[in-house]
Design a protein around this ligand. Sequence first.
Ligand code: NAP
Length: 250
Amino acid sequence: MPDSNQTMPTALVTGASRGFGRAIAAALHADGARVVAVARSAGQLSDLHDELGDRLVPVAADAADPVVAGTLVAQYEPDVLVLNAGAAPLPRPLHEHTWETFSRNWDVDVQHAFNWSREALLHPLEPGSVVVALSSGAALRGSPLSGGYSGAKAAIRFLASYAAEESRREGLGIRFLSVLPQLTPATGLGAAGVAAYAARQGIDVTTFLEGFGPALTPEQAGKAVIDLAAGSGHDHDSYLLTAAGLTPVP
Ligand SMILES: NC(=O)c1ccc[n+]([C@@H]2O[C@H](COP(=O)([O-])OP(=O)(O)OC[C@H]3O[C@@H](n4cnc5c(N)ncnc54)[C@H](OP(=O)(O)O)[C@@H]3O)[C@@H](O)[C@H]2O)c1
């Protein structure tokens, strides 16, 4: 049964226990939404609840599980659904991967984006709702130390555009977008990637990062999602995200 007493918009963020997802959940909460925060780490979600209060609803669950997606979409009918959960890729060159480590981001990131996008279309979510999926800048140029990561993130970008097309064809009024953040050392996942690429080039992290310009922060990711959810001026299906803001990807 959908919740019937809601008077404020509901947002649901997967992978909300830390990194971008935590900051996106906090930004949506500060913007006035009830926020359903989904991740496997119950302790980190509990900390977030203690920090933000009862308008933050922690749900400890595996976001890649199709039953979790179907159950939570039906229960909360989010106005804003942020598909952020993602596995940290094992930072190794290609031949040091096994198929299991290479395909990890397909099993978690892609499977989760597929399951939740499917449920958003089938339920369907209300007209005017928005689904934002986290892809990566790596989807545009590859990530040779991350196994199948960049291909998985490219698939998420395609998946969001396919869902957007189905929504348009059916007149559902649900917006589907993908965001491609630049690599940043500001999260656990990003810091591991930066350290691996710096070591590969035989330089320290600070020197490696000099080529990147200002680092993207989780708070900037939170603001970007608020801007995309508000909709004004954002009529593309896909956006690159850097510290300078959002840029449409052709
Ligand atoms: N940081 C970067 O440089 C960067 C750049 C481009 C794109 N991205 C993308 O941005 C997203 C967030 O990355 P991040 O840097 O914030 O990573 P992070 O700090 O490692 O956080 C990842 C989040 O995903 C959650 N998660 C992983 N597997 C999950 C599962 N099966 N079910 C539920 N939650 C799961 C984790 O929570 P639990 O472990 O508690 O479940 C955690 O909250 C990812 O999709 C990533 O690929 C990051």
